[in-house]
Design a protein around this ligand. Structure first.
Ligand code: SAM
Length: 261
């Protein structure tokens, strides 16, 4: 179980960790608060939040028992609680948290409007609710380069490209927050640098079978996989990059206030 979650860490979790501090600053987290981390996964956001020694507590909720086990095992701070649960139907009482945050999750929830309504319910009136989602369309360079090359050599893979995921654009995310009845809605771009030691450092995580990209690579015959690898290497070098190199990835972040009753 843990090997699989380590794979998530190596493939995507490391970029969540890079994004978390910017997202925390954007979400205006204040001293002394109790925070809900919706879709905590392996705990990247919760653990970054706990660096603020004044926070009273952080509760991370996620439907994946394996991720929750990983987050619980790797965190030693007794202000943290990690629980299995669904953002669309949380067991917390109304107004339990000062702030509800969700990093890179909204696009995976079947009914995001219901989840945002739940975040609003469990947040104190006047508290803030914030989320961020990678811009898979053209802002997440690591995956954009991958899918562009895949589709150039296998157009039938187009439907797998994460650019088709919902809520990955500024407008869709902003609209969701407004539809959920949040006030003072603001959206901004957060950009992280993704340093790679070598082409191998970029390519190896795609071999771990994680996410749609990993699943696609795992399903390729060895010679097709080698062709894709060669195409990506050529593409990265043709873009003027040499080892080590740095890509950039953008996430859209949204924040709004739960209405005062
Ligand atoms: C891309 S991961 C992000 C995890 C973590 N927040 C991070 O930044 O590393 C998406 C997460 O959303 C969670 N998720 C999917 N459906 C959910 C739901 N209905 N309620 C809460 N979390 C959900 C998944 O289990 C997964 O951990």
């Amino acid at each position: 179980m843990f090997a699989k979650d380590n794979n998530y860490e190596i493939f995507m979790g490391r970029w969540s960790r890079a994004l978390a501090p910017q997202f925390i600053a954007f979400a205006e987290v204040a001293d002394g608060e109790r925070i809900l981390d919706v879709g905590t996964g392996t705990g990247a956001l919760a653990i970054a939040l706990l660096e603020n020694r004044s926070l009273v507590g952080v509760t991370g909720i996620d439907p994946s028992a394996a991720f929750i086990a990983y987050a619980s095992e790797t965190n030693t701070d007794d202000r943290a609680i990690f629980e299995v649960g669904d953002a669309q139907n949380m067991h917390y009482a109304d107004a339990s948290f000062d702030r509800s945050l969700s990093l890179l999750v909204v696009n995976f929830i079947p009914d995001p409007l219901k989840a945002v309504a739940e975040m609003r319910r469990v947040t104190k009136p006047g508290g803030m609710i914030a989320a961020a989602v990678w811009d898979y369309s053209d802002g997440m360079q690591m995956l954009r380069l991958f899918w562009d090359e895949v589709i150039a050599f296998d157009p039938s893979a187009d439907a797998l490209d994460e650019r088709h995921m919902p809520y990955c654009s500024k407008n869709e995310l902003e609209q969701l927050w407004r539809e959920a009845g949040l006030q003072n809605v603001k959206v901004t771009a957060l950009v992280v640098e993704q340093p790679f030691d070598s082409f191998e450092d970029y390519w190896a995580p795609f071999l771990l079978g994680t996410g749609p990209a990993g699943a696609y690579v795992a399903g390729l015959k060895p010679e097709r996989r080698a062709t894709l690898r060669a195409r990506l290497q050529k593409r990265l070098l043709a873009d003027g990059l040499t080892d080590p190199f740095v890509l950039k990835s953008r996430a859209w972040a949204v924040i709004g206030t739960a209405r005062l009753k």
